[in-house]
Design a protein around this ligand. Structure first.
Ligand SMILES: Nc1ncnc2c1ncn2[C@@H]1O[C@H](COP(=O)(O)OP(=O)(O)OP(=O)(O)O)[C@@H](O)[C@H]1O
Length: 229
């Protein structure tokens, strides 16, 4: 239902993403793996309309979003959680979540969000900047979730986060998929995390997909090799 067809992305003359294609179904999590600088962030930004798609096609349930701006993607049910979280440090936790509610015509944070992230309820009056990295990541996911997305694009959610919290984030993503029925496209370098959440794996190298696996047939050693070369 959300799909990329031969997507190419460039920064000026520098061609960074080469012919990336995939489809992600409802209640499916796709992990896009790859080392630093392989083009994962660039790909997600292009899928979200933040960077222009040079050629190829991006579509959501048949609607062509290739040339659309990000707000159109949001309207079609796509949410984006950028690398480094990018929450508003001087707004409270509650205010941060409310920024995702603008289109919903309410400022009331849904109970389901606080039951998914109890720590955010406890900290709702604290400034976002005073949260730990893991809590900020949860906040960024919560803010994306209140837009009621059908697809969430998550860029390296484990970056700079301690291992115990990484497990919590994996559990939360699985709950989100089960409860809200969304699709998740997540870029990652941490294989254990990807194995805990993904139904399918793509590996990118130098901007192109060079390997693909399903969870059932996943070749862990092979993926690990791609990530450590
Ligand atoms: N604004 C930019 N202008 C020019 N080149 C860029 C720009 N941003 C990234 N690049 C280059 O594009 C390539 C892919 O970078 P990208 O950030 O997409 O990779 P990544 O796989 O997400 O890595 P990371 O995990 O480090 O974010 C790199 O060679 C990078 O130097």
């Amino acid at each position: 239902m959300f799909n990329a067809e031969s997507v190419n992305v460039a920064y000026g003359q520098s061609h960074v993403v080469h012919d990336v294609s995939f489809t992600v179904q409802p209640r499916e999590t796709l992990a896009i793996m790859g080392r630093n600088g392989m083009g994962k962030t660039t790909l997600l930004k292009a899928l979200m309309g933040i960077l222009p798609v040079k050629s190829g096609r991006v579509a959501m349930e048949g609607a062509d979003l290739t040339r659309a701006e990000s707000h159109t993607h949001v309207r079609h049910g796509i949410a984006y959680v950028p690398q480094g979280r990018m929450i508003f440090p001087t707004l409270t936790v509650e205010e941060n979540i409310q920024t995702g509610l603008e289109k919903q015509g309410t400022r009331e944070v849904p109970e389901s969000i606080y039951s998914l992230f109890p720590v955010l309820f406890d900290m709702r009056h604290r400034k976002g900047g005073n949260l730990s990295g893991g809590q900020q990541q949860q906040l960024a996911i919560a803010r994306a979730l209140v837009t009621e997305p059908k697809v969430i694009l998550l860029d390296e959610p484990t970056e700079g986060i301690q291992p115990s919290i990484i497990k919590d984030i994996a559990r939360t993503l699985n709950e989100i998929k089960a409860m809200h029925g969304v699709s998740i496209v997540v870029t990652e370098q941490v294989l254990s995390f990807a194995l805990a959440v993904a139904d399918r794996f793509l590996v990118m190298e130098k901007g192109a997909v060079i390997h693909e696996d399903t969870r059932a047939g996943v070749d862990e050693a092979r993926i690990k090799q791609f990530l450590t070369v």
